[in-house]
Design a protein around this ligand. Structure first.
Ligand code: PNS
Length: 164
């Protein structure tokens, strides 16, 4: 069975990668779907995010990466995939994720969402909080703290953005 793991991945965190790694053991194929949302101004371009996702997942044989805009439910139809994989970190995530899963089910009745509970170490960290810390911290902080949340390659990319 295939699953789509959708997100903004701006940037991809160790929390995302934990779900991808665990998902890759459960599903025959995990399709990482990167949302290209013109309404948002991301820190990293689509090309930068694809590069980092490729680097971070290169050891996993059953991963595909796609970029999408528009509705996730339509992407699932196009790819003939009936399962969405999402990580949930805490109660706040649950209410948002359940609403999104129900909306996606309404849009595409074949589509089910499977939730995977995050590793406790990742329960409070988000890409937004990470960017806030990096933005406020660079250029003069001990960025080893970021090793808790991103790979060294992604940390370097954050440093390049915020040290300018
Ligand atoms: O990483 P994020 O930002 O939490 O991921 C949210 C995402 C990209 C999965 C969601 O916003 C999405 O799929 N957007 C595409 C548009 C869409 O289908 N919206 C309706 C979802 S119910």
């Amino acid at each position: 069975m295939k699953a789509i793991f959708p997100g903004s991945f701006d940037p991809i965190t160790l929390g995302h990668l934990d779900i991808v790694n665990r998902g890759a053991k459960l599903f025959d194929c995990v399709i990482i779907a990167l949302l290209n949302n013109p309404a948002k101004t991301p820190l990293f371009s689509i090309a930068e995010r694809i590069t980092m996702i490729k680097q971070e997942t290169e050891k996993l044989p059953n991963i595909q990466i796609v970029e999408y805009d528009g509705l996730l439910a339509e992407l699932a139809k196009k790819l003939t995939v009936n399962c969405i994989l999402r990580g949930v970190r805490n109660e706040k995530d649950c209410s948002y994720e359940i609403a999104m899963a129900q909306a996606n089910k309404t849009l595409n009745n074949n589509l089910d969402t499977i939730f995977m509970v995050s590793n406790p170490n990742n329960s409070y960290m988000s890409a937004s909080l990470l960017k806030e810390i990096a933005n406020a911290g660079y250029p003069n902080f001990d960025d080893s703290v970021l090793d808790n949340w991103v790979s060294s390659a992604v940390k370097q990319m954050l440093k390049n953005k915020y040290s300018k």
